[in-house]
Design a protein around this ligand. Sequence first.
Ligand SMILES: Nc1nc2c(ncn2[C@@H]2O[C@H](COP(=O)(O)OP(=O)(O)OP(=O)(O)O)[C@@H](O)[C@H]2O)c(=O)[nH]1
Ligand SMILES: [Mg+2]
Length: 592
Amino acid sequence: MTNTHQDNTTPSTGDEQHEDITPAAAAVSGDQASVDATIERILAADEARAETVTRSARTRFVADPAHRREGEAAGPDRRSVLDGQARELSDLRTQHTEADGDQFDLLERRSLRRVEGLSTELEDVSEVEYRQLRLERVVLAGLWSDGPIAEAEHSLRELAALAETAGSTVLDGFVQRRATPDPGTFFGSGKAEQIRQAVAELGADTVVVDSELAPSQRRGLEDIVKVKVIDRTGLILDIFAQHAKSREGKAQVELAQLEYLLPRLRGWGESMSRQAGGQVGGAGAGMGSRGPGETKIELDRRRINTRMAKLRKQIAGMKPARDAKRANRRRNAVPSVAIAGYTNAGKSSLLNRLTDAGVLVENALFATLDPTVRKAVTPDGIGYTLSDTVGFVRQLPTQLVEAFRSTLEEVADADLILHVVDASHPEPEGQISAVRKVLADVDAHEVPEIIVLNKADMADDVVIERIRRRESRTVLVSAHTGQGVDDLRELISESIPRPDVALELLVPYAAGDLVSRLHGSDAEILSTEYQAEGTRMSVRVRPELAAELQEHVVAGGPTASGDAPAEGPDAEGPDAEGPDADAEATDEPGAA
Ligand SMILES: Nc1nc2c(ncn2[C@@H]2O[C@H](COP(=O)(O)OP(=O)(O)OP(=O)(O)O)[C@@H](O)[C@H]2O)c(=O)[nH]1
Ligand SMILES: [Mg+2]
């Protein structure tokens, strides 16, 4: 509604000009100077990181003193679960195998990592303000309200993995035992003060909170700890922003970021003092009657709304192409299998193992954001599509589920879901239910599902047994060693819709291309016999192909569209390929 003011208030860094030029993109495609500057920044960050490695060795996890076990001393030997690598990023960092496929764009991604975070001030708020967060040296903090402490620890370790994925160094982690969050500052004042001390001591620049904070809580806490505070949602959005590659993915993430940002505008504006220099240029005439802060915020809000509308349109515009592709698959009735699962479970590795796809595998959370669709065939030659999807995580921001809905809908549309689970995780159950929750959100919970217990090479038998008892259809595999992958292939083969129109054909030798098509991946050949007039075949095909084969049908009913074949032997399935079937068929008067 307020858009009418857009034109005379937009400063020179207007929406149109910066569009699609993120700082990262500018660094890649820009002039030599900016490339040099980028390299310098990356090197500086690496140095900083190397320097903090020694410090992060002391990274520790501090349970609230009140809940420390009797006799357990505070100080150097405090509880230490964040030691070394975070759990979700296990120590496999350098272990890649052939099944991991092409590591090419991994390098590319590394070289882009944190460019946004390292860059100088952003010019325009619609570039999403918090991309300028300097998430380099962070302290984590979470609330532990119920359940065993182990759960709070898992969650914090996962947060550490997320923070590392975003390119930061985790210096420390805190958990406070507290039934409900403080409405003003999230943590109690004592704990907040303790966090402030740790932040000062360690030279941290950001506190990451393991929940979604209300805008006022974030501001309240920021006032105490004196550094930037971001929440889990903001962190996940930041990772997605770094990883998005396709046009659609980028638009989806930006939309989610803006949605998240909108109610938080004022707070950020203040603490990051954007308003100080935020005079709206000469173009701001007429706005001066209000305070500059308010002006800026209103302006930002309006521009964000405009930008969001644009993004929504853009995303909607990309839907037809996606739908067309999907419709095409539908028409050809190629069964589709979707790989879904918690982030870092090994989905991309499995896709590579099943199809030699060469999809990016990384020991990082949310390595895959853009769905990849590959062709695959069952051991007995039936074709299907296999698609890789974005990984899920506990508390996946609702903004992201919304923004990625069109992508996730493909999962809902699949004939089968391979739900990949990291069986080497001590508690995969939590991940399974988090994934199912998102699946339900996008109406994919009714699609048949196979639980694929991956990383068998590292998994604990107890965990495997536990899950096998709970879940009805499981298969144990290792994308790395290839263990169990053949079983998985069989299971997929049994679970996808098979070609179901049975036909008796006599294909003239002149139509050899038809015969080779039948040998392709969308038909099952039950028997073949070479006769004087042509090739005599008993096949099962999908309706589409059946229609095309009509003129060569010699027996098997008047139309190809009936699902039940007219002939008895065919109805009995593969047994029909016995000599009887052929004999009977050749007896048909209408054969020639
Ligand atoms: N030991 C072992 N490691 C595996 C196996 N499968 C995958 N990994 C490792 O697990 C990490 C994550 O693998 P990805 O295939 O990228 O996982 P993903 O589920 O696609 O992850 P996102 O796209 O980030 O959600 C990589 O370091 C893989 O090398 C396995 O069978 N055994
Ligand atoms: Mg992946």
